[in-house]
Write a protein that binds this ligand. Structure first.
Ligand code: SAM
Length: 318
């Protein structure tokens, strides 16, 4: 964990192609509704991103409240810091992983908060920014690390994993049905020369699909491979597990935890963790079915299409 973000904001070419502020917050009204925020509360935004949710939450907390924000990406943190400079409540921001929530709350001297939000995955600007090496739509250095503290890039993984391990990553994290064929293609190609760009990796995946009816989902065949590698590089599942284990313990009675996920592996984990916590009597599930975006939101922001919001509330001791 690094303390408050202090570096000045930098703007990049992709800002021109991204939504305003680089990212549109998804399920914003629904999140505000289900978190039921009130003036004076202390709230944690575990995935600050470009500060869209945070700014709206801050406006509900007022000058007596406190917004604590975390992000693993120092660039997004800088941007959010600027955006939140006129926020309606005091703000404390940390370069930290939400798996480090305990350390962050210890740093601000709080062991109970009123609400915790995690809006998982990446922001739109990160996808377009070549520094992250995430996009199969443009050629970039194959990297995928959102947190500069991480040691292994996607290129490192693609070269160090055995064929079977690679196939397992693709299948287990993104249910890639051609995982074995793609892993074989990658291993054969890396014997010839290193795979260092997103373009080359995407081409290898597309070749594995060639002549096999393509993807039934009308998405680029590289989508699932890139998702799985990004999740592996950024340790997204272990981090989510850690958050789901710790977060309910930091809610005061009546406090709420909201998680927005974008794909089935994550949503399944959230659903199972919430059910287990409910069975202990610790929390109540408020959203028996996940909250999904309206048609108006998906047409204005197609990226919101797969988003699902689930919310729990902390119960009093019985
Ligand atoms: C979907 S965006 C959040 C967008 C944000 N709600 C907004 O309105 O702009 C996800 C953000 O979470 C960050 N992130 C991803 N995994 C994280 C983790 N384990 N801990 C902290 N931040 C994380 C990413 O760097 C990214 O900025």
């Amino acid at each position: 964990m690094t303390d408050e973000a202090t570096r000045p904001m930098r703007l990049h070419w992709w800002v021109m192609e991204s939504p305003a502020n680089g990212h549109d917050p998804v399920l914003l009204e629904e999140t505000l509704h289900w978190l039921n925020l009130r003036p004076g509360q202390v709230v944690v935004d575990c995935t600050l991103g470009r500060g869209g949710h945070a700014l709206a939450m801050a406006s509900r907390l007022g000058p007596e409240g406190l917004l604590i924000g975390l992000d693993v990406d120092p660039n997004n943190l800088e941007f959010a810091q600027q955006r939140l400079s006129g926020a309606a409540c005091p703000v404390r921001l940390f370069h930290a992983n939400f798996a480090e929530l305990r350390d962050v709350l210890a740093e601000v001297g709080r062991n109970e908060v009123s609400a915790i939000l995690a809006d998982l995955g990446i922001s739109t600007n990160q996808l377009f920014d070549a520094r992250y090496g995430l996009s199969f739509g443009q050629s970039m250095a194959l990297d995928m690390r959102i947190d500069p503290r991480l040691r292994q890039s996607a290129a490192d993984l693609v070269h160090s994993l055995k064929e079977e391990q690679l196939a397992n990553v693709l299948y287990e994290l993104a249910q890639e049905r051609y995982s074995r064929r793609i892993a074989r293609n990658i291993v054969e190609a890396r014997r010839v020369s290193p795979i260092t760009t997103t373009e080359r990796l995407a081409d290898l995946v597309r070749q594995a699909y060639a002549g096999r009816g393509g993807s039934h989902e009308r998405i680029d065949p590289a989508t699932r491979t890139f998702l799985a590698l990004r999740m592996a590089v950024n340790e997204e599942i272990p981090n989510l597990r850690a958050l789901l284990k710790e977060a309910p313990g930091f809610l005061g009675i009546g406090g709420r935890l909201a998680i927005i996920s974008f794909q089935s592996t994550e949503d399944r984990l959230v659903k199972q963790a919430f059910r287990s916590a409910e069975q202990t009597g610790q929390v109540k599930i408020l959203t028996n079915k996940p909250i999904c975006p309206t048609d108006a939101e998906t047409s204005a922001n197609p990226r919101s299409r797969s988003s699902k919001l689930r919310v729990i509330e902390k119960m009093g001791r019985t």
